[in-house]
Design a protein around this ligand. Structure first.
Ligand SMILES: [Zn+2]
Length: 140
């Protein structure tokens, strides 16, 4: 499946209910052309305020996603979002809090949230540019 912003929005809404108790406000969604970065969460924080703003989740259109791999990538980004939103871990991207939450969700829901994923197993989108796999490091 090649993602669109609409597909990411649909999946986000579904997983927000299934895995996050519907706690996360809908962010903006965007598309990445990267083969290295499968997903990316970003947000801004107003100085002196606790509230985060301009939250955004980007997912790569480089791959023709398998349903489960896509789910794990989106939920991975949602874990970053959740930790930021609740100020559990504002600084470290894959710190203790991330690992603890990923482990708990993997056990509870049978997910496979990992710090990094091996993109060599992923199917390239038909119109994705050809790159040398030598450079295809992986990143979650
Ligand atoms: Zn991450």
């Amino acid at each position: 499946m090649i993602v669109t912003e609409e597909i990411i929005a649909e999946k986000f809404a579904e997983y927000n209910i299934m895995y996050f108790n519907y706690e996360l406000p809908t962010p903006r969604f965007g598309l990445l052309k990267s083969y290295r970065t499968c997903g990316y969460f970003s947000c801004k924080k107003e100085k002196g305020k606790r509230r985060v703003k301009q939250q955004q989740i980007d997912i790569s259109v480089y791959y023709d996603w398998d349903e489960k791999d896509l789910r794990d990538i989106i939920v991975h980004e949602m874990v970053h979002y959740y930790l930021r939103y609740n100020h559990i871990d504002d600084n470290v991207s894959h710190g203790e809090a991330f690992h603890a939450m990923a482990k708990e969700m993997n056990e509870k829901y049978g997910l496979n949230i990992t710090e990094r994923v091996n993109t060599l197993n992923f199917k390239r989108a038909p119109n994705a540019p050809k790159i040398s796999w030598f450079f295809a490091h992986y990143f979650g």
